[in-house]
Design a protein. Structure first.
Length: 198
């Protein structure tokens, strides 16, 4: 009989879904407690929120889109990279995207951020390096988009939206997460970029 192995992607998925749903419907104060506040963290307080903020979401649409993206890319990347490398990629994406927010908003005492978008962006962009010709369907647009074109559009839009600062989305975390995914692949497998450019 084969041994059932539960990898880090499944654990992260279950924890993110479980904690987020519990916070949204049973204990909303948990969202406030887990949120990462750059003002506090930059002063050495609530350091754990660099990680905990990635396990709570502001509403169901926020949670759905993050878990939807995670489901379609994280499990494949775990199989491709191996459990340890995948876990390292995810955690680096979460931490680096939080650090970007800390640097930018360290003097803003009212700023707080939640969600796994930075970590998921790291996974997504690592995937794009390895599978640039794959087709992505971006909900609600039903037209498949080549992964490398999506990457260009994603970065361009995130840069524009970050400058506009008209919504409650942490676009800087998306950008820093994406950069983390690219840097991670460059560090562990520089040949992947050569294949991408060839």
């Amino acid at each position: 009989m084969n041994n059932l192995t539960i990898g880090p992607a499944a654990i992260i998925f279950a924890l993110t879904a479980g904690i987020s749903l519990f916070a949204l419907y049973r204990n909303p104060r948990l969202i406030n407690r887990f949120a990462m506040r750059p003002y506090q963290v930059s002063r050495g307080r609530d350091l754990e929120t660099v990680i905990t903020s990635g396990f709570v979401h502001g509403d169901m649409s926020h949670l759905f889109f993050n878990l939807f993206t995670f489901y379609f890319f994280a499990f494949q990347m775990e199989r491709f990279l191996g459990p340890a490398a995948f876990l390292l990629l995810y955690l680096l994406g979460l931490i680096v995207s939080s650090v970007c927010s800390i640097v930018k908003e360290r003097n803003n005492s009212r700023y707080a951020t939640i969600g796994a978008s930075g970590a998921i962006s790291a996974v997504l962009f690592a995937y794009i390096v390895y599978f640039p010709a794959s087709k992505l369907i971006i909900f609600p647009i039903p037209i498949p988009i080549p992964a490398f074109l999506f990457a260009i559009g994603y970065v361009g839009y995130s840069m524009w939206a970050a400058k506009q600062n008209r919504d409650n989305v942490n676009h800087d975390a998306h950008l820093c997460g994406a950069a983390t995914g690219l840097a991670f692949v460059l560090a562990i497998d520089p040949g992947a970029f050569m294949n991408l450019l060839s």
